[in-house]
Design a binder for this molecule. Structure first.
Ligand SMILES: NC(=O)c1ccc[n+]([C@@H]2O[C@H](COP(=O)([O-])OP(=O)(O)OC[C@H]3O[C@@H](n4cnc5c(N)ncnc54)[C@H](O)[C@@H]3O)[C@@H](O)[C@H]2O)c1
Length: 382
């Protein structure tokens, strides 16, 4: 079985250690962090070996690196991983700039190594059921739609919120990956984007921790309004914001020629999905509770990871599917082509807002294949 070395022992690592209980091929044997204390604590908690980053990368027994470092460290850590001849699976986004992402994609291809990237939430029951309904033709051809991610930002509870409000942070890099990957899963690749952005407050105040009460400067836009045109001609309007106290909109809605469909929260794995085929008509609910990666499995959130109190969270399935693909010589679903295209949408959105110009994508990718319950069965622990 593949041996995984984990780099970056922060908040989200708990979720990946938990994924070893769900999937039969996730085997984390060592961990590393620039913060040695964090690595030691993690090693002790999960009974694995703590190493320095260089030691971990030099370890010939480890063939896959799970990269859970901060987004600004993804490029450097993925590059080192690939140059150490190891497959890489990284948290979102692939990198913070398109050029860096393209370089990583090229290095992985040259070295014939797997480049995998989160998010894998589109592989969940919600994303797959929505895909199935759309592909069945029940709501006709999807022509239009919209999505929203909006909350007040992390400054009220995160002790170190500054990176979210500096270059390399912001709502599009942070939450865009979930929405854009889900859209590509449902509609295929994007063609172009238009966007406008704004910064609502010049300063934010830290609400928790040793720096409580300190104000810091907001250096980048905190709200984006976007219109993405897909290669299949569908137009999707989106709003991604760190400036909204509360709202009641659905995460994603799609409008087809025969009906409408309310999609899932692309940050999570479950449903339900709602379909209506008549103006003013009822909304038929499609549950994901009987789906392997849609069933609620979190009943009490730990407070350490990004989860609603009750939900389906099977983060790690993308890594599991990549390892299965390595072993069976297949193309994995959370692949570099998809991650680079999603990074292209992110980068193009930020550029389109800066220049007030429609921005064309530089890349394309295959629409991800449906992930059947049978395929999922071969990854799940019985
Ligand atoms: N926290 C969440 O809810 C959440 C959810 C989904 C995805 N993510 C993604 O997971 C990643 C990590 O997020 P987090 O919340 O766990 O962050 P975090 O800040 O809690 O942890 C990151 C860890 O990486 C270490 N690190 C940074 N640069 C490094 C380097 N060059 N080499 C070795 N170690 C390094 C840091 O010391 C830290 O311990 C990010 O890419 C984020 O986008 C986080």
């Amino acid at each position: 079985m593949s041996k995984i070395g984990l780099i970056g022992c922060g908040h989200i690592s708990e979720t990946y250690f938990r994924s070893q209980n769900y999937f039969n091929n996730i085997n984390i044997v060592a961990c590393a962090d620039i913060n040695i204390e964090a690595a030691n604590k993690c090693a002790q908690e999960y009974n694995i070996e703590a190493k320095s980053v260089d030691e971990l990368l030099a370890d010939g027994e480890i063939d896959v690196v799970l990269n859970l470092t901060n987004p600004t460290s993804h490029y450097e850590t993925i590059k080192k991983t690939l140059l150490s001849n190891k497959h890489s699976y990284c948290e979102k986004p692939l990198s913070i700039s398109f050029e860096q992402g393209k370089e990583l994609f090229d290095v992985a291809n040259e070295k014939n190594l797997y480049l995998g990237n989160a998010p894998d939430t589109f592989l969940g029951g919600g994303g797959q059921l929505t895909k199935q309904i759309i592909d069945s033709g029940e709501v006709g051809e999807i022509k239009l739609g919209n999505f929203i991610f909006a909350f007040p930002g992390v400054q009220s509870w995160h002790p170190n919120p500054e990176p979210w409000f500096q270059e390399g942070g912001g709502p599009v890099l942070d939450m865009g990956p979930y929405f854009f990957t889900m859209l590509v899963n449902l509609l295929g690749s994007a063609k172009s984007v238009r966007a406008q952005a704004t910064t609502v407050s010049e300063y934010r105040e830290i609400g928790e921790g040793p720096k409580k009460g300190n104000k810091f400067k907001v250096e980048i836009p905190t709200s984006y309004m976007v219109v993405i045109e897909f290669n299949n001609k569908t137009k999707i309007q989106g709003f991604i914001s760190f400036d909204v106290i509360n709202h009641q909109r659905n995460h994603m809605e799609f409008y087809g020629t025969k009906g409408s469909i309310i999609g899932p929260d692309p940050n999570m794995f479950g449903g339900p999905i709602l379909v209506s085929l008549r103006e003013g008509g009822e909304w038929k609910e499609h549950s994901t509770e009987n789906m392997k990666l849609g069933k609620t499995n979190i009943f009490n959130q730990s407070g350490r990871s990004n989860e609603a109190p009750t939900n389906a969270n099977y983060r790690g399935v993308g890594l599991s599917e990549m390892i299965y693909s390595i072993e069976n010589n297949k193309k994995h679903r959370c692949n570099g082509e998809l991650a680079l295209h999603v990074l292209d949408i992110i980068d193009s959105t930020i550029l389109a807002a800066k220049t007030s110009k429609q921005t064309k994508m530089r890349t394309s990718c295959e629409k991800p294949r449906y992930f059947s319950e049978e395929e999922i069965s071969s990854l799940i622990k019985s």
